[in-house]
Design a protein around this ligand. Structure first.
Ligand SMILES: Nc1ncnc2c1ncn2[C@@H]1O[C@H](COP(=O)(O)OP(=O)(O)OP(=O)(O)O)[C@@H](O)[C@H]1O
Ligand SMILES: [Mg+2]
Length: 590
């Protein structure tokens, strides 16, 4: 018996349209991208009812001829790529020839377009897949597209639209991204009579950030501008210890295309680990430029995600860029310049130049000064006590400072400098504390006796659909760690119980940050990650000046942990500068 039939065109087109056009913001995005690809210098977006009733996008770009205008609604018709080879290096925002046919399949659409000069302008009216009218009109160069009654013929989708203001919020976010990526663009967004965003063209990103967010945010940014063979990163990011309580101000662009990207986001957050005040996340406006062939933009129906050919190089590039910008603060910029790194945003940076903090300026012979070597667990100082269950590294009775280990002081409010018998140890205070807390939590968890706080006022929070899925998977692990989350209808939840080491807001951010991160690995590993997150959130940060007793406490406790050489995230905690090396540098030894 035959069961398979090809779907009628009308249905298959609606299905295809649904992939590209999910909600009003998808329409705005596709139309604005077309305007940008058409070389517009002005774009105006008008909306009614959060875009559900009307979306109008007008531009002063190159426009279309009548024949092109008609062809533009045929699926897979595009002026942007011609063959398969072009897919390897897409330089335009559009390339599939799917946006206009998709939008018109699910709305009532009017297109007006003109190439300027003597060419005739044309107006096309469409409803669903039907052409309603084509007529010649008078119009200056540019294109205006009106999309009315989105999803009028797709009730299933219509049901899922949110309130006008939620849809508007999404659109405003998107238009803000465009404003950031194109400072030279004149950009308007209006909701009915209300102007939501009105940005005259400005000289550069700095001015645009100022225009959109004001001086306060700009003042706490540092400029990022660094290039390597993998690519170049330009923009602004929080100057530690400043940050923001949420991640709403992290913008990433790849070849000027706004993207959501886990690699960039996690590299950014890692770059700031231990540098920000408690509970803070970095703000960032980061533009990554990579060769077009190094990034695949054809991985997501809305083109909002990309895939890098060499993602670990990109990850490292972000880490280094932030690190270098950070070191550039406080007079070190001169050293950087002296080491051959050119100034200025446009010029490629001296990729091979040594990082400024280690630049061999005053020491001689400088090349002999090493950066110190990661401290291995096997080098546990003999004078420290053996942690329970750990291999024996030496005498167990002394748990305090011994003759071989003495805290000398704090360096840069971030590192504890310790004298050990045969050299200096530099201990990262944040990583050390993180390790100590992690071990403590792990021990409490093993005993399953979390001291739990009850929240009397429900701590309410909303999750994204993907986080809801994560929550279901993590629920048991969360409960074992003392977090009890209760559904409140829709995607709203209440946090009812949490470990009492946290303040309510901290507990909330631990839960949400766990649900944000990549879900992978078996439950045990996830649990370890949760504990690591908790430890990280509550650990002492870099930039905090510590009294001597606290430093001594940290050093002592650190060497009691199971693994004093690596923090729970796998970063080194201690570097050692052997005495021999110091003596060599001072010319006391060959
Ligand atoms: N505002 C505009 N100004 C000038 N030409 C436009 C404009 N909008 C669309 N076009 C033309 O119509 C074609 C089809 O647009 P459409 O958005 O459907 O596809 P695309 O941009 O090529 O690819 P994608 O589906 O990835 O967006 C474009 O290739 C372009 O030539
Ligand atoms: Mg397009």
């Amino acid at each position: 018996m035959n069961r398979i039939a090809v779907l009628p065109l009308e249905i298959s087109q609606k299905i295809a349209a649904g992939e590209v056009i999910e909600r009003p913001v998808s329409v705005v995005k596709e139309l604005v991208e077309n305007s940008l690809d058409a070389g517009a210098s002005e774009i105006r977006v008008d909306l009614l009812a959060g875009g559900k009733k009307l979306i109008r996008v007008q531009d002063d770009g190159q426009g279309m001829s009548r024949a092109d205008a008609e062809l533009s609604f045929v699926r897979h018709s595009t002026s942007k790529i011609a063959g398969e080879d072009d897919l390897l290096g897409i330089a335009t925002l559009g390339f599939r020839g799917e946006a206009l046919p998709s939008i018109s399949a699910v709305s009532r659409l009017t297109l007006r377009t003109s190439e300027g000069g003597d060419a005739a302008a044309v107006e096309l009216e469409r409803e669903g897949d039907a052409v309603r009218a084509v007529r010649e009109i008078a119009l200056p160069r540019g294109t205006a597209i009106e999309v009315r009654d989105l999803f009028f013929n797709l009730p299933a989708r219509l049901k899922f639209l949110r309130s006008d203001s939620s849809e508007l919020t999404l659109i405003a976010k998107y238009v803000t991204n465009v404003a950031l990526a194109y400072p030279g663009l004149r950009l308007w967004l209006a909701h009915g009579p209300r102007s939501v965003l009105d940005c005259p063209p400005v000289a550069g990103l700095r001015e645009r950030i100022f225009q959109l967010y004001g001086k306060e945010i700009l003042d706490r940014q540092m400029e990022i501008d660094y290039g390597e063979t993998a690519g170049r990163l330009f923009g602004f990011a929080s100057r530690p210890p400043h940050g923001r309580a949420d991640r709403s101000h992290q913008f990433f662009f790849v070849n000027n295309r706004p993207v959501r990207d886990k690699i960039l986001a996690s590299a950014l957050n890692q770059a700031y680990r231990g540098l920000l005040e408690k509970e803070m996340s970095p703000e960032a406006f980061l533009f990554l430029t990579v060769p077009y062939g190094e990034v695949d933009v054809n991985v997501h129906p809305a083109k909002s995600e990309v895939r890098f050919r060499d993602s670990s190089s990109v990850f490292r590039l972000v880490l280094r860029s932030v690190e270098r910008a950070r070191r550039g603060i406080g007079g070190l910029k001169e050293i950087a310049a002296g080491a051959g790194a050119p100034e200025g945003r446009g010029a490629p940076d001296g990729a091979g130049a040594p990082p400024p903090a280690f630049a061999p300026v005053e020491f001689s012979p400088a090349s002999q000064i090493d950066l110190g070597v990661p401290f291995k667990i096997a080098e546990r100082p003999a004078s420290f006590g053996r942690p329970a269950g750990a291999p024996d590294f030496g005498p167990t009775e002394t748990a305090g400072e011994g003759p071989g280990l003495r805290v000398l002081g704090q360096f840069a409010d971030a590192y504890i400098v310790v004298e050990s018998g045969d050299g200096l140890l530099v201990v990262d205070q944040h990583n050390a504390h993180e390790r100590i807390l992690f071990d403590k939590y792990a021990e409490i968890r093993a005993r399953k006796t979390w001291p739990v706080a009850l929240s009397l006022v429900p701590l309410l929070f909303d999750l994204s659909p993907s986080q809801v899925v994560r929550l279901e998977a993590e629920q048991t692990g969360l409960e074992e760690s003392g977090f009890r989350v209760e559904p409140m209808g829709g995607r709203s939840y209440a946090l009812r119980e949490y470990p009492d080491i946290f303040k309510p807001q901290e507990a909330l951010s631990v839960v949400t940050s766990l649900l944000e991160e990549d879900a992978e690995g078996p439950g045990e590993r996830k649990m370890d990650r949760l504990l690591a997150t908790m430890a990280c959130k509550s650990a002492i940060k870099a930039g905090q000046s510590l009294p001597r007793e606290k430093m001594e406490f940290l050093v002592r406790e650190l060497f009691r942990t199971l693994n004093p050489s690596l923090c729970p995230h796998g970063r080194p905690i201690v570097v050692k500068i052997p005495r021999g090396q110091i003596e060599k540098g001072l010319g006391r030894r060959a």
